[in-house]
Design a protein around this ligand. Structure first.
Ligand code: 48F
Length: 258
C-alpha cells in the first residue's frame, strides 16, 4: 500500500508537470485576477498553467480587510462571481455594493479555475523569464523552499506563448524582465511607474484599464498592472481584480488568435 501511494503520487505529478512544460499561457501568481483569467482562458480551450509561490493559492483574498474575512465587490463583478458559484450579500445601506466571505471567494476561485481545466502548481516560484529573439517565451521556475533556503539548485523552464504577470503589488515578472532583459515597456517612461496610494474608485477603474500587454507576449493583470502603470491602490474591494482577470483572458485569447 505504502509503495502504491508514493508511486501513484510521483507518476501522476510527473505526468502533470511534463504536460505543462509547454503551455499556451503561463500565469505567475495565483491571486484573484490570475485565477479569473485562468478560468476564462481554460474555458475556451487555451492551455493554461498558474505558478504560485505559496502553498495556498488565492493571494490577498483570504484575509479580507485587516484579517476580517469579508470583502466588498460592486455589481459589475457579480456575473463573474456567478460563473464561479460564489455568493454575495447586498449591503443594505449601499445598493450596488455587496459583501462576500473571503474564504468562499478564495476557495471558489481556485476550484473554478481548476474545474475549467487550468492547472495550478503551488509552492513554485518564478525566478526569471525566457527571453529569445527579443520576445518573452516562458518562465524559469523553482521550488519555493529552494528559493527561501537560498539553495544553489538550478531551475527548470516552462515554455509559453504568452506570460501573464499576476504577482500583485510588486509586478515581479515585469520588474525582472525590465532589469534582466532590459526591455522597454509600453508605458510613458518605458519602465514601471509605481503604485500610488489609496484612492479606491480610481484604483478600481485603473486596475481594469491598465490590464494589457506591456511587451510582446507579456501581459499584466490585477495590482501588477496597476503598479506598472502607476494606478492607485484600493484595499479590500475586489471587483476591479475580477474584471481585470476577465479582461486579461479576453486580450490574451485575441492575441493567440492573431
Ligand atoms: O496580490 P495578489 O492577491 O494578486 P492580485 O490578483 O490581487 C490583489 C489583491 O489580492 C489585493 C488588492 C485588492 O484590493 O489590492 O492585494 O493582483 O496575489 C499575487 C500572488 O502572486 C504570487 C504571490 O504569492 C501571490 O499569491 N507571486 C508573487 N510573485 C511570485 C508569485 C513569483 N515570482 N512566483 C510565483 N508566485
Amino acid at each position: 500500500m505504502e509503495n502504491l501511494v508514493s508511486s501513484a503520487i510521483v507518476s501522476s505529478f510527473n505526468a502533470k508537470l511534463i504536460d505543462n512544460l509547454q503551455v499556451d499561457v503561463a500565469i505567475v501568481g495565483g491571486g484573484p485576477s490570475a485565477l479569473v483569467a485562468a478560468k476564462y482562458l481554460a474555458d475556451v480551450g487555451v492551455k493554461t498553467a498558474i505558478f504560485e509561490r505559496k502553498l495556498a493559492p488565492g493571494g490577498g483574498t483570504w484575509g479580507g480587510g485587516m484579517l476580517f474575512n469579508e470583502a466588498v465587490v460592486q455589481r459589475d463583478a457579480l456575473e463573474i462571481l456567478d460563473d464561479f458559484g460564489i455568493g454575495t450579500q447586498e449591503i443594505a445601506t449601499a445598493p450596488g455594493f455587496y459583501t462576500l466571505d473571503t474564504v468562499e471567494m478564495a476557495s471558489g476561485l481556485i476550484f473554478g479555475a481548476l474545474k475549467s481545466g487550468a492547472k495550478i502548481f503551488n509552492a513554485m516560484s518564478v525566478e526569471d523569464v525566457v527571453f529569445k529573439n527579443d520576445e518573452i517565451g516562458g518562465l524559469v521556475v523553482n521550488w519555493t523552499p529552494v528559493e527561501r533556503l537560498g539553495m544553489h539548485v538550478d531551475p527548470l523552464v516552462v515554455i509559453a506563448k504568452r506570460v501573464l504577470d499576476g504577482t500583485g503589488h510588486p509586478s515581479e515578472i515585469i520588474n525582472l524582465a525590465t532589469k534582466k532583459a532590459q526591455i522597454k515597456l509600453d508605458t510613458p517612461t518605458g519602465g514601471i511607474l509605481g503604485e500610488k496610494p489609496m484612492f479606491a474608485i480610481s484604483g478600481e477603474a485603473s486596475t481594469v484599464e491598465n490590464t494589457r500587454e506591456y511587451f510582446p507576449n507579456l501581459f499584466a493583470c490585477g495590482m501588477s498592472a496597476n503598479n506598472v502603470m502607476g494606478g492607485y491602490r484600493m484595499g479590500p474591494i475586489f471587483g476591479g481584480m475580477l474584471l481585470s482577470g476577465r479582461k486579461a483572458a479576453r486580450l490574451i485569447q485575441e492575441s493567440l488568435q492573431r
